[in-house]
Design a protein around this ligand. Structure first.
Ligand code: FHN
Length: 456
């Protein structure tokens, strides 16, 4: 944070944390699903010898030396083959539900500009593909039916629109053209709100271009108008910047938008870094790559163990964890994604109490795993079981809530618990030892549920 506060005209629209029901619901999601689906799914990271070095959804522009001169034109015609005959939004929504996702973020339009809904403002949409049917509508309806909240991903970068530019417009002609692009963006966003009023928010991306950054007066007004049109709408910190070009956080260090949206393929090491802000982490299964990748074999893909660890890491720091899926050009999730969804779902089914509606617990991090909290209940999700089967919990001497009982969440079996004075602690912290029975064997991370009460 800067020493002196700057007077800002285009700072946050909602200073401080939102306390309304929509935002409270966002805080309780715990787990979400991201879906990157578009024309790039046809290529799956490799098309006629052209290879995307990492992110398959970038194949149009990150194809390096392998690409022939007409590559971009080839890509821009791929939509003529987009006909995902196996697509069944209900199947996906049921899978997401079984995985335990409480919200979904779906790509309405990625950087290539292809619209997964029949936008009136573009000639490059699902309507022009052989498939024709509105995919966004099917997703919104099917997920809403399963009780999963829908957020629409929308890329400001749009390689298809001739008025889109990355550098700031200089000449009068450039300015007029960019203004057309801004109007188009605005029109599309209102079109999405009008078409799909059930949505809970937008997940913006591709907002780092100088032209967009310099349009802060426009983006400020647009955010205001979108919110006015759709009360409760949730918009993260990626959408816009202040008049000094500061993104995510304004020149005073205050969050722009309702939650911090910068945790992409990474997690905060320390809770303190988050400054108490709401946030989400979006994560790929491969190291990078959000769209469909037909061959996972060249790189490490995360296991359900890795992903459950990340889920609990995120929730223990008050955030949501959003796992990305990149379906293929026919409308199927990949077998690896199917397997992970099932494994995560099985775990969450048993341990959901520690995942949903929880908050950060004000305890020191420990090497066993992650704490989450709900009222007077603490949950410790154990990933590293000690060889002596003793879980030692350290609480500050100032703690007003102390443990009174511990049990295994999965079975309800109560666990022996005793206060321990190891005698070496000059700070007089409180230590509680919980004993795991030798007979308890688990191949999975497991949760210890600890009930606390006031007083010592
Ligand atoms: O460039 C995109 C990328 O393809 C993907 O959509 C991710 C998702 O968070 N966002 C951008 C990179 O930050």
């Amino acid at each position: 944070k800067p020493k002196e506060r700057r007077e800002l005209q285009y700072g946050p629209l909602h200073p401080g944390k939102r306390t309304d029901a929509a935002m409270q619901r966002f805080r309780e999601y715990g787990l979400g699903q991201f879906i990157h689906w578009g024309v790039y799914a046809i290529a799956g990271g490799e098309w006629n010898g052209v290879k995307a070095p990492t992110a398959s959804e970038w194949i149009r522009s990150w194809s390096g030396k392998t690409a022939p001169d007409n590559w971009k034109a080839t890509y821009d015609n791929l939509y003529k083959q987009f006909n995902p005959v196996s697509f069944d939004a209900t199947r996906w929504a049921k899978q997401a539900k079984a995985m335990g996702a409480r919200y979904v973020i779906f790509t309405t339009k990625h950087h290539d500009g292809f619209c997964m809904w029949p936008s009136r403002f573009s000639d490059y949409t699902i309507r022009q593909s052989p498939y024709q049917k509105d995919i966004v509508r099917q997703i919104v309806d099917a997920y809403a039916k399963e009780g999963i909240d829908v957020y629409l991903y929308f890329s400001i970068i749009d390689w298809h629109n001739k008025d889109y530019r990355s550098a700031s417009p200089k000449t009068a002609g450039e300015k007029a053209s960019y203004q057309k692009f801004l109007d188009y963006t605005r029109n599309q966003l209102f079109e999405l709100l009008n078409n799909y009023p059930q949505i809970k928010g937008f997940w913006f991306d591709g907002t780092w271009d100088k032209a967009w950054i310099d349009s802060y007066a426009f983006t400020y007004q647009l955010e205001k108008d979108l919110r006015a049109a759709h009360p409760g709408l949730i918009i993260g910190s990626r959408f816009r910047n202040d008049e000094y070009g500061k993104r995510h956080f304004d020149s005073n260090g205050d969050l722009l938008g309702d939650y911090e949206q910068g945790w992409e393929r990474k997690l905060p090491a320390k809770y303190e870094w988050l400054n108490g802000n709401d946030w989400d982490c979006v994560m790929t299964i491969p190291p990078n790559g959000w769209g469909y990748i037909k061959d996972w074999s060249p790189f490490y893909t995360k296991t359900s163990y890795d992903l459950i660890d990340m889920l609990m890491h995120a929730t223990s720091m008050g955030g949501n964890f959003v796992l990305n899926f990149g379906p293929d050009g026919n409308g199927n999730m990949s077998p690896g994604e199917d397997r992970l969804a099932k494994e995560i779902g099985e775990w969450v089914q048993l341990n959901g109490e520690a995942v949903y509606g929880v908050t950060h617990a004000p305890l020191e991090p420990n090497s066993y795993g992650y704490f989450t909290q709900k009222g007077n209940t603490l949950y410790l999700t154990v990933f590293n079981r000690p060889v002596n089967n003793l879980i030692r919990i350290k609480m500050p001497k100032s703690a007003t809530e102390v443990p009174t009982a511990a049990s295994l969440l999965v079975s309800g079996t109560s666990l022996k618990m005793k206060f321990t004075d190891i005698g070496l602690d000059l700070d007089r912290n409180i230590y509680v030892d919980i004993t795991l029975p030798d007979t308890f064997v688990s191949q999975q991370p497991f949760v210890i549920k600890i009930i606390t009460k006031s007083g010592k």
